[in-house]
Design a protein around this ligand. Sequence first.
Ligand code: ATP
Ligand code: MG
Length: 325
Amino acid sequence: MTAGAGSGPHASVPPHSGAARAGAAPEVAAAFPDIDSLIGALDAADYVVDPGLATALFLAVRLPQPVLLEGEPGVGKTEAAKALARALDTPLVRLQCYEGIDAAEALYEWNYPRQLLAIRMAEARDERLAENDLFTRDYLLRRPLLAALEHPGPRPAVLLIDELDRADDDFEAFTFELLAEAAVTIPELGTVTAVHPPIVVLTSNRTRDLHDALKRRCLYHWIDYPAPDRAAEIVRRRVPDSALPLTLDATAAVVRMRGLDLEKPPGIAETVDWVAALTLLGVPRLDAVPAELAVTTLGSVLKSREDLELVRAKGLGWLTGSSRA
Ligand SMILES: Nc1ncnc2c1ncn2[C@@H]1O[C@H](COP(=O)(O)OP(=O)(O)OP(=O)(O)O)[C@@H](O)[C@H]1O
Ligand SMILES: [Mg+2]
């Protein structure tokens, strides 16, 4: 990845670590000898995985290879990276992508006020600073990508490049070198190669297709809506004081709602919010008295008037599964 502008008077090129997928650091390999050990660590970090996602994350950690997670909103893409960092007991470095994001925000910027101050102070001492003196690491503002590459260890950081589909094509192409080689080139400094290459998790909501070239560099995993029992387990993690019958009812109701032609089908996040609301209101089951609460709290789950009307028209019996409408 080449970024920034200006002359390159003194490139200091650190040795390149070379081989991609050289295997994880011994400490990481020892902590996660197999997929089950990672499932256990993620579980302890309150993240519930199915075997498919666990395998993808295990390979991302152990090969290592960046993993691209796609899935409907709220299925746990972002949380997967956060949980991985907790499981590894390592920092999460997050780059939130948006339209127009560029290298200065993602990688590094020169600290111009500091450079200016250094020039002024030198002038006050009747000295003159050479350009080389001003383009050193002391004057770098590290943005997330550089911070992740320069993480001092002992374990690699987890780098989350979140919602890459929101960034422009050019920015996506700009991440290629980083993904393939855990290195970036800063014209004034040379190539910065990670001593502890970060574990990279990319997410996309598929508002546009990502480049094939990017996908080639990544493992790919589609996170589906969890099966109802797994969904109930996730909800119980997030709302520990919720009643089990309520979580089972709510997750089943959400599955039924997704079968309707909704503008915005609810994800796990909305299910969690709904159960939290009902628990706060003291509701132990969806059809518990007063039963209207199941309907009046639907704003936790559905976020448009049309969707609300569609589900309300189905009635409480449909929502609780006691009748078919
Ligand atoms: N497997 C899971 N285990 C534990 N919590 C989960 C799981 N999946 C989702 N969640 C919870 O659901 C919520 C939504 O997850 P998250 O923000 O990761 O979704 P997302 O896929 O990134 O959504 P979006 O596309 O809207 O960004 C979070 O509160 C998260 O903790
Ligand atoms: Mg997200």
